[in-house]
Ligand binder design. Structure first.
Ligand code: NAD
Length: 340
């Protein structure tokens, strides 16, 4: 059996997965619903489920999937905070992900947000379309010569750091597992989190969401930052305590905040809610600040990244059904496998 139920499907997911699996005999069922304990039943008859960032693979959900005969959870994203890996292991289920579809896509989006926010491009564009060609209120600052702090120097953080070095910024970095060889090659200085917070004019977050990184940016951290700092988060919303962020924005100390992710994005980001009522008061408040720029979790959204996500996902689903090894570096939990 090689049937996969794809949860939280968007048209671009379907297009790429069908393209990548052409001629492979794979059977898909595409659902718009997100995976949770309540929707797990929709995976009946499938050997695998394919899920994305806002699906909920908690223990109860995994138990329900297991009871239906699902043995493989294929995450079509890098972050894996949405799946209870301990429960998966105990249940003998495999969990794979796509660890590096395009770190360039995500790092370039972080830099795009930084440039747009600093140079007030969305406001300027809205103005000229309204035939208002005045420049008042559009003053930015040169990135050249300023200090950027990169939190997390994995695949994405490194590319972001290198791009910012290319702008002539001094780049500080913090990572509990630093890479001194890489830093030496690119002239990047590892430091402690406090120094990074106090010395940077731009801070960009590139860590996974874990119990240790949850709310790593909170009231105390924000208080350490330089007045006028620009904070960029393209990683996971809950790295930032949103209420504390709103407090700091109201206090006027932050130069700007660029977010591609938001703590409570589930059910809002990726959806077209135009014409409806926004029930999230914190998001509504964030949207009122002129120095907050938000995109709805689109940092990954390039042609190259989507094609790579589909390629790796299809290869792993095929491997799963044939009892063959998964692609290297994609395995989070190796469950009980059929022999080839
Ligand atoms: P990665 O695993 O290559 O790197 C993460 C780095 O963070 C590692 O070097 C790790 O040591 C470091 N780290 C862990 N805890 C830390 C801490 N407390 N402080 C500082 N650094 C810490 O991951 P990656 O591919 O670079 O991706 C990073 C994150 O980006 C993912 O976990 C995911 O949440 C997010 N992401 C977002 C999008 C998007 O579309 N917005 C797309 C892909 C990934």
């Amino acid at each position: 059996m090689n049937r996969t139920v794809v949860f939280d499907t968007k048209p671009y997911d379907r297009e790429q997965l069908e393209l990548a699996s052409k001629g492979s005999g794979m059977e898909w069922q595409f659902l718009e619903s997100r995976l949770s304990v309540d929707t797990a039943v929709m995976a009946g008859g499938a050997s695998a489920v394919c899920i994305f960032v806002n699906d909920h693979g908690d223990r109860a959900c995994l138990e329900a999937l297991k009871a239906l005969g699902v043995g493989h959870i294929a995450l079509r994203c890098a972050g894996f905070n949405g799946v209870d890996l301990i429960a998966a292991k105990e249940l003998g289920m495999s969990v794979t992900r796509v660890p590096a579809y395009s770190p360039y896509a995500v790092a370039e989006h972080a830099v795009a947000l930084l440039l747009a926010l600093n140079r007030k491009i969305p406001r300027a564009n809205n103005r000229v379309h309204d035939l208002n060609f005045s420049l008042n209120g559009l003053v930015g600052f040169d990135l050249h010569g300023k200090t950027a702090g990169i939190v997390g120097t994995g695949k994405i953080g490194r590319i972001a750091a290198q791009i910012l070095r290319g702008f002539g910024m001094r780049v500080l970095a913090y990572d509990p597992f630093p890479s001194p060889e890489w830093a030496a090659v690119h002239d990047i200085e590892y430091t402690d989190p406090r120094t990074l917070a106090t010395e940077s004019e731009v801070i960009s977050l590139h860590t996974p969401l874990t119990p240790e990184t949850h709310h790593m940016i909170r009231e105390e951290t924000l208080a350490l930052m330089k007045p006028g700092v620009i904070l960029v988060n393209v990683s996971r919303g809950a790295l930032i305590d949103t209420r504390a962020l709103i407090g700091a924005l109201k206090g006027g100390r932050l130069g700007g905040v660029a977010l591609d992710v938001y703590e409570e994005e589930e059910g809002v980001f990726f959806e077209d809610l135009s014409g409806t009522i926004l029930h999230d008061d914190d998001l509504a408040r964030l949207l009122t600040f002129p120095n907050v720029l938000i995109t709805a979790h689109q940092a990954f959204l390039t042609k190259e990244a989507l094609a790579e996500i589909a390629r790796v996902t299809v290869e792993n689903l095929n491997a799963s059904s044939k009892g063959l090894p998964f692609l290297p570096d994609t395995v989070l939990v190796e469950g009980a496998r059929q022999s080839p």
